[in-house]
Design a protein around this ligand. Sequence first.
Ligand SMILES: [Zn+2]
Ligand SMILES: [Zn+2]
Length: 291
Amino acid sequence: MKTQAAIAFSPDADLEIREVDLADPGGGEVRVKMQACGICRSDLSALEGKETVEFPVVLGHEGAGIVAAVGPGVERVKEGDRVVLSWTPACGLCAGCRRGEVQLCEQVNMSTGSTGPLTLDGRGLDRFMALGAFCEQVVVPEAMAIPVDSELDAIHTCLIGCGVTTGFGAAVNTAAIRWGESVVVFGCGGVGLAAIQGARVAGAARIIAIDPIPERRDAALRVGATEVLEPVGAVKQILMDTQGGTDVAIECVGSPATMADSFNVVRAGGRSIVVGLPAYTKMLELPGFMI
Ligand SMILES: [Zn+2]
Ligand SMILES: [Zn+2]
């Protein structure tokens, strides 16, 4: 079928909306008519040429929509279902899935190259995170279309596809924050705000949010931060205020400097969770003695 996609033809170029061809869903696949798609920082990193994508590429991996068609053998969703797209296929067969760590599914694919259901003038288009949701319609395995029974509208549910689960999961699952603990969150974008909410839900007593932008610090206070700081001097102040560091730090920026800060700011035996996605070429240097 013909549909429209916003295509990035080269790094840092404006997206161009073009008519593209989309193959019918094959066995175990579904076609989803998109209703909303967030713009994740990782989409911008890909556009800046910092991630492994092949141009031309259709970005977008935080989408929600309605199942418009199903291929043979599809069991979990049906036409008309409201779904959130997930870039984690949760194949159920690989070692990560068998351990119950579906977020580490070996089938996670940042770039599909020129293979897949989407073509422009006969040329295959890369789909970022195997979704390419900046498109009116997408064809994905049914495991990547998660049915949602929700009153919320698509502009909110789509965020569950990446930012919300990434931040909330980091606090609740990876850090496994316990009642009464102290937590510092670096970066109050979508992921950081979700991490703050996870910390609040987990029962953290003290949630310190750090961001250079005043509006983001205000948002952090609205969703559960107990105090906010600007980045300059923050680590030093927290080490002083907490007499040796917080129980948990969650880094949601993706820069080696804040990653190092997130290790330096926790108490002896504390947990530092690095969530931010740096460019592939970046290295992280840490004081070995402290570790
Ligand atoms: Zn994302
Ligand atoms: Zn798997």
